[in-house]
Design a protein around this ligand. Structure first.
Ligand code: GTP
Ligand code: MG
Length: 626
């Protein structure tokens, strides 16, 4: 296969002492065991890193893992982000306990690319044939069942060239992740270098990191730290940008090494959810009902204690002790720290619904059983009623690249960057109409249901008797709420919803308004005073409805009361004011309109606002040419 020789990251795996570190050293000339204690004890404790170029020229980095059972956490942190594995089995000892443990981890992580390496062939006479046959038997049925095998000796150098050639072939067949994906780099080390500052290292799996990038460091501290990439290295060379899958050493501004630990992740700001609860489907290992409630969840380089509640033997809810940037389709390892058993699982839902009602667990089991890996837009939208397209993307749910124009699943509508489910949409319309109708019945003078009140109504849990309707999301935009009201046949203005055609005045109010209008038709600027309004039974609510119906105009009275005129009063006033010498004073206007100062000042201000008059100085106005 041709194509760009994208760099690669390969992890080792295999039983303790089977020669993993010796192999990496022989292949690269770099010592992967970095710690003095590792040399003293002659075994790997923590991850080791080394790199070389393959015969094709492709550069490859190795992450060398410990085989000892005690360091299984470190082993999983090394294998977690690596897509390719060298599975090492010693020719003299053959398959051993941690060979099985590591194969369980490979299964759980779904790693299907790599090589079977029969090591230490110089120690046997059969060229490794017996160990190979045994290992093949163990690998049968696993994702590594069909990988090529190479017999090597780190001591004599036998087979090393062939191994590098075979690795080249394996890597040529793997697909690099899309460079424009959101970044998620699981940190495996953090340290401080004099003169350089904080450096974190990890296997970059998703996206591209560039110098000067702003990223978030999401970790145990809760809130993500905002950091900036000062410089980048891979294999001790500097780069302006790095694309996964690749080892990366990232020099960061904005944090100190003491605040970063293995299991933190460098991520694109705002692009990943912070997930504390997951619904998962088992992919390998024991049935979920056979695992204890207390587990350790391994994903990327993170190891987080968690509690699991199985819904059935294949599906469970996992509650993490701390949130992680996890999305739908992520693979997680569920490890029972007591028995060493390891199950693999795939995240089906990174934002699962709360389970309150009786039988919710059983219903969830059914829902999860029918859920495809990668998520289903229809189900997700139905569950939430409405959800921003961006939020679904963030959760890792597979969406068409551009939902506009692309057919959406049945029952899903797209509006203003949101996806709505027709059932919820219809249910919300019904509820809104009922609420508005009830309000008008109780209080015919009501100005209508406010948006805030409408939100409260639509956010309530649906009645146990009726069909379940999702609660309206708190961030549902006003424009969509107004549109919903319009769809429900309501009229919507000033952020209030009313029933069109029901805006009639109760008869006694109607009669009082008629009396007032009659009076104002002969003396248009003699606004009724508070006593007269009280005598007619017209309070502020009655007047508000009369104004909405276009029967009167209300102007604020600076003394705190209200000036009530006919809606035609401003035009009539203009006729009088146009006859005055320009500019004119408020006193001149008052005389011309045969009214009081209480009416004149609000009326002139109203005319100013309409742009019919203009203030020339504090007390002088002129009529504007129209
Ligand atoms: N004869 C021979 N000995 C080897 C070979 N490879 C490794 N060894 C020896 O086997 C022992 C273990 O080797 P390591 O490379 O440390 O094994 P490992 O798999 O990295 O061990 P852990 O990291 O602790 O799991 C050492 O004493 C090595 O010298 C080999 O190809 N031939
Ligand atoms: Mg080792």
């Amino acid at each position: 296969m041709t194509g760009p020789l994208t760099p690669a990251v390969v992890a080792t795996a295999g039983h303790v002492d089977h020669g993993k570190s010796s192999l990496v050293r022989a292949l690269t000339g770099i010592e992967p065991d970095r710690l003095a204690e590792e040399h003293r004890r002659g075994l790997t404790i923590d991850l080791g890193f080394a790199w070389t170029a393959l015969p094709s020229g492709r550069s490859v980095a190795f992450v060398d893992v410990p085989g000892h059972q005690r360091f299984i956490g470190n082993m999983l942190a090394g294998l977690g982000p690596a897509p390719v594995v060298l599975f090492v089995v010693a020719a003299d000892e053959g398959w051993q306990a941690q060979s099985t443990d590591h194969l369980d981890a490979v299964r759980a992580l779904g790693i299907a690319d790599g090589l079977l390496v029969i090591s230490k062939v110089d120690r046997v006479d059969d060229g490794g044939a017996a160990a190979l046959a045994q290992a093949r038997g163990e690998l049968a049925g696993s994702p590594l069942a069909d990988v090529e095998a190479v017999a090597v000796s780190a001591v004599t150098g036998a087979g090393l060239d062939e191994l590098l050639r075979e690795l080249d072939t394996v890597l040529a067949g793997t697909k690099a992740p899309p460079p424009d994906a959101r970044v998620r780099l699981w940190v495996d080390r953090a340290f401080s270098l004099r003169g350089t500052g904080t450096v974190v290292t990890g296997t970059l799996t998703d996206g591209t990191v560039r110098t000067d990038d702003q990223l978030w460091l999401s970790g145990a501290g809760g809130r993500p730290q905002r950091v900036t990439v000062r410089s980048l290295q891979s294999g001790q060379q500097r780069f302006a940008e790095l694309t996964g899958v690749r080892r990366a050493a990232v020099n960061l501004r904005g944090t100190s090494a003491d605040h970063v630990t293995r299991g933190d992740a460098l991520v694109t700001p705002g692009a990943w959810p912070s997930t504390g609860q997951l619904d998962v489907r088992r992919s390998s290992g024991p049935q979920l009902t056979d695992l204890p409630e207390q587990l350790v969840v391994h994903v990327g380089t993170a190891a987080v204690p968690a509690r699991m509640r199985p819904f059935d033997d294949q599906h469970a809810r996992v509650r993490l002790d701390r949130s992680l940037p996890l999305v739908v389709s992520d693979r997680v390892v569920l490890r029972d720290p007591g028995t060493r058993r390891i199950a693999g699982a795939v995240v089906l839902d990174a934002d699962p619904p709360a389970l309150h009602r009786r039988g919710a667990g059983q219903r969830r089991s059914i829902a999860l059983s029918g859920m495809p890996i990668g998520g289903d837009v229809g189900t997700e939208v139905a569950r939430r009623g409405a959800v921003p397209v961006a939020a679904l993307r963030r959760l890792g749910i597979h969406l068409p690249q551009r939902p506009d124009g692309v057919p959406l699943p049945d029952g899903v509508l797209q509006r203003n960057g949101w996806l709505l489910h027709v059932d919820a949409h219809a249910g919300w319309q019904r509820r809104l109409r009922t609420a508005v109708t009830g309000l008008i019945e109780r209080d015919p003078l009501s100005p209508g249901l406010s948006r805030a009140a409408a939100r409260r109504v639509l956010a309530e849990p649906s009645a146990p008797s009726g069909p379940p309707i999702a609660a309206l999301p708190a961030d549902f935009p006003d424009v969509l709420l107004d549109q919903l009201a319009t769809d429900a046949g309501l009229s919507s203005s000033d952020g209030r919803f009313r029933l069109p055609g029901t805006d009639a005045l109760p008869p006694e109010v109607d009669a009082a308004v008629a009396v007032l209008r009659q009076r104002l038709s002969t003396t248009p600027f003699a606004a009724p005073d508070a006593d007269e309004l009280a005598g007619l039974g017209l309070g502020s609510r009655e007047l508000a409805v009369a104004e909405r119906l276009g029967r009167v105009l209300r102007l604020p009275d600076p003394s705190g009361g209200v000036v009530v005129l006919l809606p035609t009063a401003p035009a009539l006033a203009m006729r009088e004011l146009a006859g005055l010498p320009q500019p004119f004073t408020a006193a001149q206007a008052r005389t011309a309109l045969h009214t009081s100062r209480r009416v004149t000042i609000p009326l002139l201000e109203h005319l100013d606002q309409r742009g019919w008059t203009r203030r020339v100085t504090d007390n002088l106005r002129e009529v504007r040419a129209r």
